[in-house]
Write a protein that binds this ligand. Structure first.
Ligand code: PMP
Length: 348
């Protein structure tokens, strides 16, 4: 007799992280290239002295700071071990077997994995021209079994963000007992004034949960801190399925120190945004199709040529994120890193 694990997990696609190769330029995981600020390193170093103790399970200092920062009540916030953990907690908090989760496709690759792990069913809705989420089709896909819809804005890996008018129409069409998760992992890179602020929306709509992260703009991907803003009963349900102590004490302190350094970090984001526009412009000029992007990456819908492009970039020591048969996502790095990528792309 052998241990019986769930047979349905054999079919689970594994999460494929961006590769790291010594000496190569990594533009595969939408991280920021510069290391943490000295003030953040200092806070992390000090926090290290206390790791013999368990972290504060409620992360009270961070929650309170976020509440002030976002101007929402603390009972509307749930923090977690990266926003990917919060994605899972939101599905766990709303779905059991036979319930349905809807998301656009292609979108963040963790959505189908998480849905399957929870045992719920998934409905993928094709993107519309421009590689944008088709919110109209997503609303039409809702059935009585639908409990949650992921709206990834800006959409990973394609780049566009949803605009205020289309999102309002979508939210008017979705039944109020269906949770709409607005995944704003790349919120800080958005420059289009027509893209709404999800936290604002949560004040008016009790069925909207917003996800944000310290992994991207705040440069703490290795420490795993994310947060969710939602109506108090939703935030409470998310906290109930939290794995105890999963947001570690060093991460909590680093997130606080990063909020202290907000202005400096946002200045870095503005550099990334400038580079994003430059890289996209140069790729367009070189003849690539590149959808509009509001994030810290560009999407190259190369179809069957994706694999070849990936290998071509690897030979030139640039690691991009290839979704085989579909396209390549390339993170915006430092100007030098972007130049190395552009040189590789032009030579393709
Ligand atoms: N949502 C989206 C859309 C993402 O792209 C990512 C990271 N790739 C996440 C959530 C998860 O980020 P983290 O768990 O690092 O907060």
């Amino acid at each position: 007799m052998t241990v019986r694990t769930r047979a349905d997990l054999d079919q689970l696609p594994g999460y494929v992280p961006g590769r790291t190769i010594p000496g190569a330029i990594k533009l595969a995981s939408n991280e920021v290239s510069p290391g943490p600020l000295p003030s953040v390193v200092e806070a992390i170093t000090q926090a290290a002295a206390g790791v013999n103790r368990y972290p504060d399970n409620s992360a009270a200092a961070l929650v309170s700071r976020l509440a002030t920062w976002l101007d929402v009540d603390a009972d509307r916030i749930a923090v977690g071990c990266g926003s990917v953990s919060l994605c899972q907690q939101l599905v766990q908090a709303t779905c059991t077997e036979a319930d349905e989760v809807i998301f656009g496709w292609r979108s963040f690759e963790a959505y189908p994995i998480i849905t399957q792990v929870v045992g719920a069913r998934q409905r993928r809705v094709a993107l519309r021209p421009g590689h944008r989420l088709d919110l109209e089709a997503m609303a039409a896909a809702v059935t009585p079994a639908t409990r949650l819809v992921f709206v990834c804005s800006p959409n990973n890996p394609t780049g566009p963000a949803v605009r205020r008018d289309e999102l309002d129409r979508f939210l008017d069409a979705v039944p109020p007992d269906v949770l709409v998760v607005l995944d704003e992992a790349y919120h800080e890179f958005v420059t289009d004034p027509e893209v709404p602020d999800g936290v604002e929306l949560t004040r008016r709509r009790d069925n909207v949960a917003v996800l944000r992260t310290f992994s991207k703009a705040y440069g703490l991907a290795g420490l795993r801190v994310g947060y969710c803003v939602a109506a108090p009963p939703v935030a409470e349900a998310v906290r109930r399925v939290y794995v105890p102590f999963s947001l570690n004490s060093v991460a909590q302190v680093a997130a606080l120190a990063s909020l202290d350094a907000h202005d400096e970090l946002m200045a870095r984001c503005r550099e990334v945004i400038g580079e994003r526009e430059r890289v996209r412009g140069e790729l367009l000029a070189a003849g690539f199709e590149v959808p509009e992007t509001q994030a810290n990456f560009v999407w190259l819908p190369l179809g069957e040529a994706t694999d070849r492009f990936n290998e071509h970039c690897l030979e030139r020591k640039v690691i991009v994120r290839a979704f085989l048969g579909d396209g390549a996502r390339v993170t915006i790095g430092t100007p030098e890193e972007n130049d190395a990528f552009l040189a590789a792309a032009r030579a393709f």
